[in-house]
Design a protein around this ligand. Structure first.
Ligand code: BDR
Ligand code: CA
Length: 309
């Protein structure tokens, strides 16, 4: 199985990524680390703990990470994820304690102890990994690969030109894209094809089981915000696309290219500038997804979620 650290900001779709990673046999989930993004890191950490309580995930350490981006003050996504960061369903209280280690220290220690076989999956802003690389550069060659949900080839979702996770902390994203390790970028073009249609929600509800029903409630709330904010017919389930692409690479079609992060810019701070036509003449630093095989994706996600008690 792929050993992964899931660095996230739950977050409706992050919660689904956690559930997929914790249950699928092709993934060995070593740790969940949290970051400020969709909400404060206190809230995203509490949400991670509650999801694990509901799904009876007990063996995975959960460590709290950065509370703000490398530069400036955080702006949370209340409009998309609500006051709690995971509005909609009711959740049980946490049963596990948060790790005594800071997320950055846990990341560093797992990577240093590893055989170079850990994949980092980032589904929130990239602050924790940037901090870890700054504090302990020796982790960089130990990273097997990085899979991120973030950026867009074309249109953004928080500004016309920028996607939320990269926009929240562009300096961190720039460091991650420059680190030299293999990187798979799963942009909005891909995740907007992962729509949780009415039919999918019904299958989750109909199971009558707590975990799939929780996901149905989450995605029903999420569909409401996406309808209101973007006029979408259903919720795009961004973050689990990363884990799904690891499990089954054929789920996402990719192209290698150079990606630069706009850290200045009057209108485009946080934009992932994707050099589709090789205009910069620089070596590629990422594989960028552009197409999702939605049927295959949902089959994998549904099968895994329906396997929960
Ligand atoms: C990303 O931002 C958050 O709203 C989601 O959890 C996802 O990680 C989409 O832009
Ligand atoms: Ca997220």
């Amino acid at each position: 199985p792929h050993k992964i650290i899931l660095d996230c900001d739950p977050g409706h779709d992050d919660a689904v990524a956690i559930l997929l990673a914790a249950r699928h046999p092709a993934i060995e989930l070593l740790a969940i680390t949290t970051v400020a993004g969709n909400q404060s890191v206190e809230k995203t950490t509490a949400n991670a703990l509650k999801v694990c309580a509901l799904a009876d995930i007990r063996h995975v350490p959960i460590a709290k990470g950065a509370e703000k981006p490398l530069r400036g003050t955080p702006t949370f996504a209340d409009n998309i994820h609500g006051e709690s960061g995971m509005d909609g369903p009711t959740l049980p209280e946490a049963t596990m304690q948060v790790s005594p280690l800071h997320a950055v220290d846990l990341m560093i220690s797992l990577l240093l102890q590893s055989q170079g076989d850990i994949t980092l999956v980032l589904t929130g802003p990239f602050t924790n990994l940037a901090l870890a690389m700054q504090r302990e550069p020796a982790i960089v060659p130990k990273i097997k690969q990085i899979v991120v949900m973030g950026g867009a080839i074309g249109l953004g979702n928080v500004t016309p030109g920028a996607e939320f996770n990269v926009w929240f902390d562009p300096e961190a994203a720039a460091q991650v894209f420059a680190c030299g390790r293999p990187l798979l970028m799963v942009p909005l073009e891909v995740t907007h094809q992962a729509l949780a249609t009415e039919e999918i929600l019904q299958q989750l509800q109909a199971s009558g089981r707590p975990v799939p029903r929780f996901v149905a409630d989450l995605l029903t709330y999420f569909a409401g915000t996406y309808q209101r904010e973007f006029g979408f017919p259903a919720a795009p389930v961004h973050d689990p696309c990363t884990v799904a692409a690891l499990i089954d690479p054929a789920i996402i079609e990719t192209r290698e290219m150079r990606v630069e992060i706009e850290t200045g810019g009057e209108w485009s701070r946080g934009r992932t500038v994707c050099d589709v036509y090789g205009k910069l003449g620089k070596a590629p630093n990422a594989r960028v997804g552009y197409q999702l095989h939605a049927g295959r994706f949902w089959e994998l996600v549904l099968t895994t979620l329906l396997a929960y008690a």
